[in-house]
Ligand binder design. Structure first.
Ligand code: ZN
Length: 217
């Protein structure tokens, strides 16, 4: 591993710690639930198994290849690493955030998709699909998530939680993290709206009009 690659990887390890703390502070993760990763070329830095995200140190975060072999670090990679790696292999993701946040998990345990009742859902690609349930850490769960997230920046995972990706040159952890916050907000709005009445879902025409409006600047 060249020195330059090592420096980038170390920068990503520090970023994982920063976003781990932010996720815990916002209540998006509790204790060791939830995991984050970021990609640098053929390497992926991932949060370790069994360490609370608000107590992470950079050296705790293992560095793995896209095939899952650990190339640096003493700790065991998160049990959800196969899902993270599948997302890197199958999408243009540069970062992945996975949480068991409350409202996302409520929606993921009761519905097959989160309907767009607010136009900000378009920032995630529209209606957010719920990937069918499979045991955590399995290739089956990874496959289900890949199918659900196609054309989107986010997916819900049945009876489990949420996953978001950040991509592109300006993307990365910041983008994936903001997508997680937005998804949790959209799920909370939907769940609270259900408590008041029947939420109105935006139509295709209404969503298209928002995209056209946004393109006008
Ligand atoms: Zn999980």
């Amino acid at each position: 591993m060249g020195e330059q690659v090592g420096e980038q990887v170390d920068a990503l390890r520090r970023e994982l710690c920063e976003y781990g703390r932010r996720a815990a502070a916002l209540g998006l993760v509790i204790g060791t639930s939830g995991n984050l990763s970021a990609r640098d070329g053929d390497l992926v830095v991932v949060t370790p198994s069994g360490v609370a995200l608000d107590r992470l140190r950079p050296e705790d975060c293992p560095v793995v290849g896209l095939d899952g072999r650990v190339v640096r670090g003493e700790r065991k990679p998160s049990s959800e690493t196969p899902m993270h790696l599948a997302l890197y292999r199958e999408t243009g993701a540069r970062a992945v955030v996975h949480t068991h946040s409350v409202f996302a998990t409520v929606v993921a345990s009761t519905m097959t998709e989160l309907p767009p009742i607010h136009y900000n859902a378009l920032l995630l690609g529209g209606a957010v699909r719920v990937a069918p349930y499979a045991t955590y850490g399995t290739p089956e769960l990874a496959r289900n998530v890949i199918a659900a997230i196609e054309g989107r920046q986010a997916a819900l995972m049945a009876n489990h939680g949420a996953v978001t990706i950040g991509g592109g040159d300006e993307g990365g952890l910041e983008q994936a993290f903001e997508a997680t916050r937005l998804l949790e907000w959209l799920c909370e709005v939907y769940v609270r709206a259900l408590g008041v009445g029947r939420p109105t879902v935006l139509t295709e025409d209404q969503l298209t009009a928002v995209i056209e409006r946004a393109l006008q600047g």
